[in-house]
Design a protein around this ligand. Structure first.
Ligand SMILES: Nc1nc2c(ncn2[C@@H]2O[C@H](COP(=O)(O)OP(=O)(O)O)[C@@H](O)[C@H]2O)c(=O)[nH]1
Ligand SMILES: [Mg+2]
Length: 315
């Protein structure tokens, strides 16, 4: 029996192997990915993003248990900035994995931000697809909401939850640009701390304009993940957003949007690979750089030449 056969019979080890193959950009991917795609599309993806220490992992774990208790299989992807020393996932995530391992239908995978972040964004989508094809009904994706890549991952989810804490109040203006735009639901976690009411009302103020233009009301929920406060409310709002997306008015638009996001992501990933393999190899890069340093060329000219050579390939 091949790994993929085992995968489709619900073998957890085969799922782990398939995910490793995706992460390692293994040679079977061109055959594998379309097969996974054909079997995916049923899972609901929930992204949780926000600053480090906001309580995302705690929230994800508690949500996972709620979903598990309501008879859903759950996949968790924790996209973590890797430690510069170990290059691997943070210790905390290993402990989490042990805690969640007792739940049969919960599968957790931690992905470290190794080197190129563009590659990470791409493979996170594929890992989610693998979990989806495997049959996990709910996929929770945790990312640190700092860079564009992390924002892209979050944005590719069905429902995006932005997690902030009372201490984020001062930096709310800075957060406005990226995080505020992708959020469907806001969580103010650690609301046991002072300043929670203040940040809730500040976010509500920022959201006023957005609410007027949309038929979704962007809820702001105060939680204490550690003390199990507000989690049911969060669960209900996620469910409400899911119903919103699948309503007759929105379902088609939402499916289209997912296909578009997939297309752009996959093309971006393949182009990046193609460029580094064929157009901007280490040796070509060195030659280009020398030419530019010698004043024989400039970056614009080099790029124009590369694009031109691409066009010639096609004719
Ligand atoms: N006071 C308080 N601490 C919390 C709460 N939720 C999580 N924490 C703690 O905050 C720390 C960071 O949590 P974690 O889930 O790892 O945050 P992440 O970096 O966003 O994933 C941990 O020590 C948690 O126990 C909360 O509601 N109140
Ligand atoms: Mg975390």
């Amino acid at each position: 029996m091949s790994v993929l056969d085992k995968f489709f019979t619900g073998d957890k080890l085969a799922l782990a192997k398939v995910i490793s193959h995706i992460e390692d950009k293994g040679g079977q991917l061109p055959q594998l990915l379309p097969k996974l795609y054909a079997e995916s599309g049923q899972a609901f993806r929930i992204g949780l993003t926000g600053p480090p220490g906001a309580g995302k992992s705690t929230l994800v774990d508690k949500l996972a248990i709620i979903y598990h208790d309501t008879d859903n299989s759950v996949g968790i992807i924790a996209v973590d900035p890797s430690s510069p020393f170990t290059g691997g996932a943070l210790l905390g995530d290993r402990i989490r994995m042990q805690n969640l391992a007792q739940y049969d239908n919960v599968f957790i995978r931690s992905m470290a931000t190794r080197g190129s972040s563009g590659g990470l964004a791409a493979s996170t989508g594929e890992v989610a697809m693998a979990m989806d094809a495997y049959g996990q009904e709910i996929i929770l994706i945790e990312t640190v909401g700092v860079g564009q890549v992390e924002l892209d991952i979050a944005d590719s989810c069905d429902t995006t939850v932005v997690v902030l804490v009372p201490e984020s109040g001062d930096s709310i203006q800075a957060l406005k640009a990226g995080l505020m735009e992708i959020a469907d639901i806001f969580v103010i976690n650690k609301s046991d701390r002072p300043g929670a009411d203040y940040i809730v009302s500040e976010i509500n103020m920022i959201l006023e304009g957005k609410r007027g233009k949309n038929d979704w009301d962007y809820p702001v929920i105060a939680t204490q993940a550690l003390n199990d406060v507000g989690l049911d409310d969060l669960y209900r709002q996620i469910d409400k957003h899911r119903q919103h997306l699948t309503s007759t008015d929105n379902a088609r638009w939402h499916r289209r949007h997912k296909v578009e996001t997939d297309l752009r992501r996959i093309l971006g990933m393949e182009l990046r690979e193609y460029i580094s393999k064929h157009l901007l190899t280490e040796s070509a890069l060195n030659i280009y750089i020398e030419h530019i340093l010698n004043g024989e060329s400039n970056p614009y000219q080099v790029v124009a030449e590369i694009i031109e050579s691409l066009n010639q390939d096609k004719s």
